[in-house]
Design a protein around this ligand. Sequence first.
Ligand SMILES: C[S@@+](CC[C@H](N)C(=O)[O-])C[C@H]1O[C@@H](n2cnc3c(N)ncnc32)[C@H](O)[C@@H]1O
Length: 282
Amino acid sequence: MAAQLTLEAEVLLPYVTETARSVAEMCRQDGITVRRILDVGSGPGVAACELAQRFPSAEVVAADGSEALLAAAAARAESMGLSHRVSTRHVDLPDGIGSLGRADVIWMAMVLHHIGDEAAMLRRLRGMLDPGGILVLVEHGDPLRFLPDDAAPGPPGLTAQLAAADTAWLADLREGLPGATPSAGYPAMLQAAGFEPAVDHVAHVRLASPLPAEGRRLLLGRLQRMREIFGARLNGPDRDALDVLVDDDHPLGIMHRPDAFLDASRHVYVARATEGPDALGL
Ligand SMILES: C[S@@+](CC[C@H](N)C(=O)[O-])C[C@H]1O[C@@H](n2cnc3c(N)ncnc32)[C@H](O)[C@@H]1O
């Protein structure tokens, strides 16, 4: 899991760099000095290390519930000569969030949907920032695209079927989370928690065909994961097509075909803390 998360984060790094640059510019314009950044649900620390490079005066705390991923984050920081400014912290969300202390910038990428009550989590994050502090919230973007629409194997519309199955799987997963509470849209929840949204866009990272090796490995991992978590929900032809795509020995498998490309995305929200925490009763 650490290897796949690292690969995905490295391929998608351009959106992190672009977002970090715009956050740095917002802070400069607002007169905010960024001294402490929390990367909540940091995984293997790819973004945490990038943030440390983009904010050379800041300490960055990479916090996660997985010791293995925290070890990967610490090793990455060490190998990049950043361990004096990047530290790791074990956290169990949502209850442990308060143990992370205050910050000038909180980065939370692909984590909030793992929390049963997303709105409550946003309110707690708001309480960890001073007015003007920044929250970067990153969630699912557009469905992954990786083959021309009419490409074999399988029926047309495979990408759409995979996206629909993914959405249904995530909805079921969320229903089973502790404290599961229906969520409003992220912009509405951010505003209700005391944030003023400043950026709301879908960032794409595109690799053209023929795909470089890391793009193929990333796609293979994503498709294998889809097969594992919701393959049983697909109809027969779609499942058969997915089986071909993940088959390393098949000429139409994703590791061999020349027409595969990658269009991956993330929905990025950047929001400023507005009201003081006391005003929200936090
Ligand atoms: C999809 S990964 C995202 C990693 C990284 N932020 C990124 O964008 O590449 C989700 C991360 O959240 C962490 N996580 C999920 N639920 C958690 C919880 N309840 N407490 C602490 N960490 C959690 C996982 O261990 C994992 O590292």
